[in-house]
Design a protein around this ligand. Structure first.
Ligand SMILES: [Zn+2]
Length: 170
């Protein structure tokens, strides 16, 4: 694939919208997909799926989740991984993550919530994945690679999650 670096950004947005390219193509061209996403109205992910956002981070439902309630959190600023991050931002993100894990248990009835941060490669932007494990699923690392499936909306649970979240984060 030809590098996208010399393409006008508007053209890259069109190619994404028409499903000619995805985030992997951006990464291969040395473009950070998370930064690109933020600069272009959530063209890659998070659109209409945002649970919470502020000046430091964004949390949204994964659009191809590995489990119901699979959410992603990324920092606004480009940090390659946690070691790179301003301490105060890390504190905020982990305090939010703690709350989100307890809400996924309370609202989605997850038995446990797996947490991972896969930050690697030349274009790496800090993000966390929270993947619920339910009572009928086996435990262990398998949960990180459960099959992705299209997002299915559950407006009642989402509404409850928003209400409970807004008590601590608004
Ligand atoms: Zn970035």
């Amino acid at each position: 694939m030809k590098t996208l670096k010399n393409y006008p950004e508007k053209e890259i947005v069109r190619l994404i919208q028409e499903h000619w390219i995805d985030e992997d193509d951006l990464v291969e061209s040395g473009i950070c997909p998370v930064c690109f996403n933020q600069e272009h109205n959530n063209v890659l992910y998070g659109k209409d799926m945002i649970l919470y956002e502020d000046d430091d981070f964004v949390c949204f439902f994964e659009d191809e989740p590995r489990a119901e309630g699979h959410v992603v959190i990324y920092s606004r600023k480009h940090y390659s991984d946690l070691s790179d991050m301003d301490f105060s931002v890390g504190q905020k993100i982990f305090s939010f993550t703690q709350k989100m894990i307890s809400l996924l248990k309370e609202v989605y009835h997850a038995e446990s919530v797996y947490l991972c941060s896969i930050n690697d490669g030349e274009v790496s932007h800090f993000q966390l994945q929270l993947i619920p494990r339910y009572h009928n699923e086996k435990t262990g690392t398998y949960n990180f690679i459960k099959h992705r499936r299209p997002y299915v909306e559950d407006s009642e649970k989402e509404k409850k999650l928003h209400i409970l979240l807004s008590r601590d984060f608004s």
